[in-house]
Design a protein around this ligand. Structure first.
Ligand code: ZN
Ligand code: ZN
Length: 177
């Protein structure tokens, strides 16, 4: 397989419990399921400064220097989708739309691991607080949505209401895979 960034041949390398495909200059390719396996094994130890840096970066959201160029899946050549790992970590991964795996730019695998391990450690102590926070957030979102809906209805009048229910019906048609 070839590196999706520079085109050089990827080298197989052992990383914790998985065999991964590495480009020294650019990053690492993980087949489907390998990322989950690596996150579960927790073999690699990180320094305090690595952990602090990662958590700071996570809190800051999307890094400005993140590559936005779309890479091709090394297995099938399809244009990969970029996504923010675990929704808001600021760690941007590329994943094959056909589920072959994910590409992580240099340093991102370590950042994902640090993020997940920290998350695990803190989870048991902080879970009650997080739950409260999440309940409140989803309640706020539901409230905001309801208010926005009402405002739209008030603004649009009867014709708008008809249009809205038509759009609603459309959005509930299940997507073709
Ligand atoms: Zn490369
Ligand atoms: Zn693919």
């Amino acid at each position: 397989m070839q590196c999706p960034r520079c085109g050089k041949e990827l080298a197989q390398q052992r990383y914790e419990s998985a065999t991964v495909d590495v480009c020294r200059a650019c990053g690492v390719w993980l087949d489907a399921g390998e990322l989950e396996r690596i996150i579960q094994t927790h073999e690699k130890a990180f320094t305090t400064s690595q952990i602090e840096e990662t958590l700071k970066a996570n809190a800051a959201g999307l890094p400005p220097g993140e590559k936005t160029g779309r890479a091709a899946c090394p297995k099938c050549g399809a244009c990969m989708d970029t996504f923010n790992y675990n929704y808001s970590t600021g760690i941007i991964l590329d994943s094959c739309p056909y589920g072959h795996g994910v590409w992580l730019d240099k340093g991102e695998l370590e950042r994902v691991q640090i993020h997940m391990e920290h998350w695990d450690r803190e989870a048991s102590q902080k879970r009650p607080d997080w739950r409260k926070m999440m309940d409140k957030t989803s309640q706020d979102l539901a409230d905001r949505e309801a208010r926005a809906r009402q405002a739209r209805r008030d603004m649009l009048g009867p014709a708008g209401r008809m249009l809205e229910s038509a759009l609603d019906a459309l959005s509930h048609i299940p997507q073709q895979p």
